[in-house]
Write a protein that binds this ligand. Structure first.
Ligand code: ZN
Length: 442
């Protein structure tokens, strides 16, 4: 099947050749930032770096990082976007909200060119994960200002899929709609929504496998990286599952191919990714097995460009050749630092707890950790876990105790397990795995 939309060659270029292709785009973007944004000009000046010195990927290391809160801060003064806005107002044709750091969404502007780039990267990612023209996809992400809705919808269109805007909520009506639609269908949602939707189906006496949803495209959560979780969704729905990764400020820039061996970074020509040590900020080589945080610099972005934006996403890089022929680095996500908490010097990500809980058949696998007091976490946090409907009540007390022992043995920290009814934790939106019942120190 022909791909009509994007430069396929960039996906299979040897990395050094891709760097040579990107270098002039990077240089041009740096002078654009300097000349059109007071925010970025100040960053270059403070670092004592002239933008014309940034002519190769390695030179990026000399520039400071941008934190999302730096960008959000500029909107508190009443600006629509802030002094990091680079394109004139009349060129900005779309605004998208991202989860802000102040409790309010942060606004990101997009020009027509920016949207085209978003769609190109998105369509690349969707092609990698197996979406094809003609696939009938229901988008169950929130269309209300966030990127998963309208932005990703347009990427599916760009690829040539038949995409229906469904958004969140009305799960029962969604099941009826799936039943009415003829032929094979696809779902685009968070992994935990597939779990939630199966719960709603069970309550309504519907077998999810009868609905003809053959492909599930998932984004927004790291859950699919947990083997038991993925298998459970596949078995429940009779669908294949495909993992997509992106951040709202940037777009969908990674996806796993048919070999399911990590996410292919597919931002080549649009975004430069660096791997850093999250504590020191030092850049690391993308060698096989290396762990770190991804940092992004856009090189063809007009309205709200990103300069070494820290994602706070922790990944493990895989760099041995993939049989699909793509040459970009691949990675497995371990989790976000927002969800990470440190117990006795050990970084704990919810995905590691998820993996452990999936080995217990009497639990549904859904859970949340509740941190009632601020760090240091020298107390045993509450761990709410869903108990399967089939588990008899007389097992509950022992099951609670056994789960506490299992977590202590495998994850290395003490919890107070609380069993909750199946169907109470997975949500229509992203499911929050870590609840912090205290005021942030930031
Ligand atoms: Zn591959």
């Amino acid at each position: 099947m022909n791909r009509l939309y994007w430069d396929e060659e960039l996906e299979t270029l040897p990395p050094e050749e891709l760097k040579r292709f990107e270098a002039p785009l990077l240089a041009e973007q740096m002078s654009y930032l300097y000349n059109s944004s007071p925010f970025y000009r100040e960053r270059f000046d403070q670092a004592g770096i002239s933008p014309d010195r940034i002519t190769c990927h390695e030179a990026l290391e000399t520039l400071p990082f941008t934190e999302k809160r730096d960008l959000a801060q500029t909107q508190l003064a009443g600006a629509l976007i802030g002094p990091h806005q680079c394109a004139p107002r009349e060129d900005i044709v779309r605004l998208v909200g991202t989860g802000g750091t102040s409790g309010k969404p942060m606004r990101i502007g997009w020009t027509r060119e920016d949207i085209h780039a978003y769609n190109e990267m998105g369509a690349r990612a969707l092609w990698i994960l197996g979406c094809r023209p003609g696939d009938l996809v229901l988008n169950c992400f929130n269309y209300s200002i966030y990127a998963g809705g309208v932005m990703d919808h347009m990427s599916f269109e760009h690829l040539g899929a038949s995409i229906m805007a469904y958004s969140v909520g009305k799960s029962r009506a969604l099941l009826e709609m799936y039943a009415d639609l003829p032929g094979d269908k696809c779902l685009y949602s968070t992994p935990s929504y597939a779990v939630r939707l199966a719960e709603v189906a069970a309550e309504a006496g519907i077998n999810p496998r009868d609905l003809g949803i053959r492909k599930g495209f998932f984004s927004g959560e790291a859950g699919l990286q947990v083997p038991g979780y993925r298998q459970k969704i596949e078995q429940t729905w009779g669908m294949s599952t495909h993992d997509l990764y992106g951040i709202a400020e940037l777009g969908c820039q990674s996806a796993e191919c048919e070999h399911h061996n990590g996410m292919h970074f597919c931002g080549g020509g649009y975004v430069i990714a660096e791997l850093i040590d999250p504590d020191t900020g030092a850049v690391k080589t993308m060698r096989d097995g290396e762990k770190g945080e991804l940092v992004y610099t856009s090189i063809r972005r007009k309205a709200s460009p990103l300069l070494r934006l820290r994602s706070h996403d922790f990944v493990e890089v895989q760099n041995e050749k993939c049989a699909c022929g793509r040459t970009s680095f691949r990675f497995h996500t371990r989790g976000r630092s927002d969800d990470m908490f440190v117990v006795k010097g050990v970084n704990i990500f919810p995905t590691s707890i998820q993996t452990i809980l999936h080995d217990v058949p009497e639990l549904s696998g859904e859970f949340r950790i509740i941190l009632d007091n601020p760090p240091p976490f020298d107390y045993a946090p509450r761990l709410q876990v869903e108990v399967s409907r089939e588990t008899p009540g007389e097992r509950h007390q022992n099951l609670t105790h056994e789960t506490e022992i299992l977590i202590a043995r495998k994850a290395g920290f003490a919890t107070r397990v609380e069993l909750v009814e199946q169907g109470t934790i997975a949500s229509e939106h992203k499911t929050k795995r870590v609840i912090r019942n205290y005021q942030s120190q930031e």
